[in-house]
Design a protein around this ligand. Structure first.
Ligand code: ZN
Length: 1095
């Protein structure tokens, strides 16, 4: 077995694969010699598309040590409504005993990771990473100010102060009524003419510009290659993306570093007004200024030629404003990435590659680095020194979702069983064996890639090396060739040196008056009867190993004995809530199938038993305490499902008082609204974590319940909180049941500990998410499911090296649903740079926003909100100013220049700043804010992306027969045509907005009424009608819901109806009623901040 025949180290992938004796590749025939760029697919995870049906080659046929079958189950589809399929999805993840193992290409870079990876990832990627060097310059300019209209301070304070002025100048806008022809936000024609930005291609620089500026120093090498107009060649229909058009900006005075910033906001400059809510109340059809295909478009912005030359003076059209089409569009960026990167699989073999955006559908091939579904970073090329990092202010963070669910086409991590010896680790830093470890001395030792320690290779793990220094069995072992895999843990990794028992679920149901009255208890009990058949199971297990138990409570607790031998369930009441104990052990936690009859009987009886209750008081902490004690007595980990309705005011530990006080908003005491009112819950949570007791909380409040306090335990135990305000069975059952089904079926890792190790030079310093930490390194999670994310921030503690790069290894030790103790390992290698431009060229704005939002949302616990907002703005300005100063080509101060990868940073950051947590509207409750705050804490990047910048989809623009999702439009009122219908979603909310002039046929097709006025505002269900439009819209709604982790209840909103105000909160590019700035205003403001920093 010598690997010498392996191809020379050429491109990382695609070289002919050595064919090892015994590994016939016939079934992958064409692959070996195939051309370079097309990537051969890795052995473990991924058959080539054409082979997708083939189960991934299992380790079972691999050498002994690497045997166990993939733990497939971890990926069981948490089906939405389709829970009949639960457990099936595993199959394809399993090993196939028949399929031959295929080897990975012989010489991959990551195997010898310590060797320099020379090539810029950019070059290797099909489309290259977003061209950072490209600067997006925005026309902040010529328009506005010019004299008359705009007073100097305009942009500054805007939007930060109270919503001073709505509307004002709106009248001065030409109403177009042209909406019908409006290009759906994709803004094709215009954008192009404008040529301003967009993303496209590695190359940029449109012809016109080429001369107008010198390429950024650092980006130098790449610029030359592009001289001509590339767009045509690119083949995407989109507008030319980012061109470095340096547009001179508003007359410097306008944005001059005035001091006004903090001062009282001046009157809104007329040019912004069209974006402010308020103007819309004009007659229909008057929305927004004319834009889009408007005829006059070409003249004021004739494109590049005029750039740089517009002095500022007299503008052709009187009231100018910054044209929204001339500033970076999230829709365009998303669209471009889909076109550029959605067609090829993302192969993880190359260090430091920036993955496609979270909004792009793509497959991942694991060739040595963890999939972006598991780890996403704010930057894939990090500064070598802390000085550089401080200068740039770009946070270095990774958003990690260790148990992320994968699409069916991707295999879940293989489970490696090293037997009694357990996983091989570095003796010094305890890092786990991974593809980056360097074997030396003929394979007898290995040098740790994290701490450089030289370790002996145990005899049973010894293997010879090939001429490149790689172990000849590297591709037979997931831990030597893949970014993600699992190890079976030995007893040393178990609590008390004992293998764990299977976990248990305990359902704890509030049966006080409110819960009974709304029908909740009856609904829940009925649902549980069938839902218990769908508890998570593992592999091909016939039934779940999870045991279940039941408790009901109001201000006392009722435990139920549901032992299979009983004819009827037995209730035991514990009224001493101050000293909670579990009155029964035997018969409390049972196997569903064995005790089915007793359980069904119990669930039938509960609603009737409490039907006449008058008890309105509830306890809360004792309920959690009881569940945790029950798990402790059973010596297992598990999850509590709490269904709770009211503020727990009964005399008991954890008793709460109503302390809601909206007067605190905008005061220094506002932070107290987010803090728990007692420390009792933290103490309780700590005990839960020690027991591996995860708590999921379903709240059904009619009034304030103090979510900030009640969510402490779920938050610290890795649990989830769901909230159904003013729950009514008729209106809310679909949403509740859908969430419940998904939650109960979710695969969960219990009693988990996560540790992130890094190579010398950086270390993890801060963590965000739903977990508990008792020291500075170990993230403890009583439970962790496939939706939960932990965001980790890194800081330098030494100098990094460009050659060796930086490595992350996330190790999660957990107990599976079947009670198996395992370690899931994710590895990721990043590049390191000595040039700031390389940092800015490899950033991921969506991930940055995820981190910044979490940082800010934690900040509100301790600081006044204004300080939190200001910190965000300052950091953003510093990031962009550093780019401007060090990476951008020289240009006038009046130009706003954004790095290509970060051109959406301002718009997204503005969305975070004006979110309900940081700048609440009048109608947002304290509980809602606390609820959202904790939700965001464990969101992944895709969730924060759509949460902060909602998706707005026009429904009648695209052909009725089109089956693809309609292209989104920008979240701004002026993008709404009153003749159309739109869906808006942000992962939690879903609106159907109906324009007042929508065709009668559309109204009839969707609502089965004859006119707009007859549509019921606030409707939450569309009638099921037999016509193509109705079907299409309902299908789209279903599909949007299926993409999200929580069920989104639909709300139908009619134009100019009261509910529209609610809807408008989600049009995040507009000025908000709570005073949040419009995108345009914020961009101007950001520009000013940057200029101040540079001056
Ligand atoms: Zn080490």
């Amino acid at each position: 077995m010598n690997v010498n025949q392996s191809a020379p180290p050429v491109p990382p992938f695609g070289q002919p694969q050595p064919i090892y004796p015994g590994y016939h590749q016939s079934s992958y025939g064409g692959q070996p010699g195939s051309t370079a760029p097309p990537i051969p697919y890795g052995a473990y995870n991924g058959p080539v598309p054409g082979y997708q049906q083939t189960p991934p080659q299992g380790m079972s046929r691999a050498p002994p040590s690497s045997g166990a079958p993939p733990a497939s189950t971890a990926q069981a589809p948490c089906g939405q409504a389709t829970y009949g399929q639960f457990g099936q999805g595993d199959v394809q993840n399993g090993p196939s005993s028949t399929v031959q193992m295929q080897r990975l290409p012989g010489s991959q870079p990551f195997g010898s990771s310590l060797a320099p990876v020379v090539s810029q990832p950019a070059v290797l990627q099909p489309y290259g990473p977003p061209p950072t060097s490209a600067q997006v310059t925005t026309q902040l300019a010529g328009m506005q100010i010019s004299g008359a209209v705009a007073p100097a301070p305009p942009t500054s304070g805007l939007g930060y102060g109270p919503p001073t002025s709505l509307a004002s100048a709106s009248g001065s806008f030409p109403n177009s009524g042209l909406y019908g022809s409006y290009p759906q936000g994709q803004a094709p024609p215009i954008g192009q003419a404008q040529g301003y930005l967009g993303v496209q291609t590695p190359q940029r620089s449109a012809p016109s510009q080429a001369s107008s500026f010198t390429p950024p120093a650092s980006g130098g090498p790449r610029m030359p290659s592009v001289t001509g107009p590339l767009l045509p060649g690119q083949g995407f229909g989109g507008p030319p993306v980012s061109q470095p058009n340096h547009v001179s900006s508003p007359s410097p005075q306008a944005l001059s570093p005035g001091t006004q910033m903090t001062g009282p906001p001046g009157p809104p400059p007329p040019m912004h007004s069209p974006q402010q809510p308020g103007y819309q109340l004009q007659q229909n059809g008057s929305f927004g200024p004319a834009r889009g295909p408007q005829p006059n478009y070409g003249s004021p912005y004739p494109g590049a030629p005029t750039f740089g030359s517009q002095p500022g003076p007299p503008q052709p059209l009187p009231p100018k404003r910054l044209d929204p089409d001339a500033i970076p569009s999230p829709i365009q960026v998303i669209e471009d990435d889909r076109n550029n990167r959605g067609t090829e699989p993302f192969v993880t073999g190359v260090r430091g590659q920036v993955p496609p955006l979270v909004t792009t559908n793509f497959l991942v091939k694991d060739q040595g680095n963890a999939s972006p579904r598991y780890i996403r970073c704010t930057s894939y090329n990090i500064p070598c020194t802390s000085d550089m990092a401080k200068q740039a202010q770009v946070p270095l963070a990774a958003v990690i979702k260790p148990l992320a669910r994968l699409p069916p086409e991707e295999a879940s991590p293989y489970v490696v069983d090293h037997g009694e010896s357990g996983p091989l680790r570095c003796n010094r830093c305890k890092a786990y064996m991974c593809p980056f470890m360097q074997f030396i001395e003929g394979g007898r030792r290995f040098q740790c890639c994290f701490c450089s320690c030289i370790n002996d290779v145990p005899p049973q793990y010894f293997q010879h090396l090939d001429h490149t220094g790689k172990r000849v069995d590297a591709y037979d072992r997931p831990e030597l060739s893949l970014g993600s895999y699992e190890f079976l843990a030995t007893v040393d990794y178990c609590k008390n040196n004992k293998f764990p028992s299977p976990p248990a679920f305990i359902f704890m149901i509030d049966v006080s008056y409110n819960a009974i009255r709304t029908g909740l208890v009856r609904l829940l009990c009925e649902e549980l009867k069938s839902l218990l058949d769908f508890l998570p199971r593992e592999g091909g297990a016939e039934e779940s190993a999870i045991r279940v138990g039941f408790v009901t409570y109001n201000k006392v607790l009722h435990f139920y004995n549901v032992k299979s031998s009983l004819a009827q369930p037995q209730m035991m009441v514990v009224s001493d809530v101050a000293d909670m104990f579990v009155p029964l052990l035997d018969g409390f936690l049972v196997n569903v199938n064995e005790s089915r009859a007793v359980i069904t009987s119990l669930l039938d009886q509960i609603p009737d038993m409490f039907a006449d209750t008058r008890e309105t008081e509830t306890v809360f902490a004792p309920v959690i305490q009881a569940g945790m004690e029950a798990l402790k007595a059973a010596e297992c980990a598990g999850k509590l499902f709490l269904f709770h309705t009211s503020l727990p005011m009964a005399e008991a530990p954890g008793k709460l008082k109503n302390r809601d006080d909206r007067k605190l908003i905008n005061t220094d005491k506002e932070k107290t609204l987010f803090q728990p009112q007692t420390g009792a819950y933290q103490t309780l949570a700590k005990e839960c974590v020690a027991q591996g007791c995860c708590v999921d909380l379903f709240l059904f409040p009619n009034q304030y319940v103090d979510v900030a306090t009640l969510s402490v335990v779920p938050q610290l135990t890795g649990g989830s909180v769901y909230k159904y305000a003013c729950f009514q069975v008729e209106n809310d059952q679909e949403r509740f049941l859908s969430d419940l089904r998904r939650d109960v079926q979710k695969v969960v890792g219990f009693d988990a500990v996560m540790r992130v190790r890094t190579s010398t030079g950086i270390r993890a310093v801060d963590f965000f998410g739903a977990f508990y930490m008792s020291n500075t390194t170990d993230v403890e999670l009583a439970g962790l499911d496939g939706d939960k994310t932990v965001t980790v921030e890194f800081k330098h503690d030494d100098r990094l090296n460009e050659e060796s790069g930086a490595l992350l290894q996330c190790a999660l030790l957990y107990t599976s649903c079947a009670g198996q103790r395992r370690l899931r390992i994710h590895n990721l290698a990043l590049n390191c740079c000595t040039q700031l431009a390389d940092l800015y060229r490899n950033c991921e704005t969506d991930t940055l926003i995820n981190y910044m939002a979490k940082l800010a949302y934690r900040g509100v616990l301790n600081s006044p909100l204004k300080a939190v907002r200001d910190t965000l703005i300052t950091q953003c300005a510093q990031i962009l100013a550093c780019y401007r100063k060090n990476c951008a080509s020289p240009s006038s101060a009046g130009q706003l220049i954004l790095p290509e990868c970060m051109k959406l940073l301002p718009v997204y950051l503005n969305c975070v700043l004006k979110s309900d947590v940081l700048q609440p509207g009048a109608e947002v409750t304290t509980d809602d804010r606390a609820y959202v705050r904790q939700l965001v804490t464990s969101m992944d990047v895709a969730e924060t992306n759509v949460f902060f910048y909602p998706r707005l989809l026009p429904l009648t623009k695209s052909p009725i027969e089109s089956t693809t999702e309609p292209p989104a439009v920008r979240a701004s009122e002026e993008r709404l045509s009153n003749g159309d219908v739109y869906l808006l979603e942000n992962g939690l909310n879903l609106f159907l907005w109906v324009g007042a002039s929508v065709q009668q046929g559309v109204v009839q097709s969707l609502f089965s009424v004859s006119s707009f006025s007859q549509i019921t505002s606030g409707l939450s269900v569309l009638p099921v009608l037999d016509n193509p439009l109705s079907k299409k819209v309902r299908d789209l709604i279903d599909s949007l819901r299926a993409q999200r982790s929580r069920y989104m209840k639909l709300i139908v909103v009619k134009q100019e109806d009261k509910l529209e105000m609610l809807f408008k909160n989600f049009l995040v590019e507009d000025k908000s009623l709570s005073g949040g700035a419009s995108y345009v205003d914020f961009l101007c403001h950001m520009h000013k901040e940057i200029r101040q920093l540079l001056s």
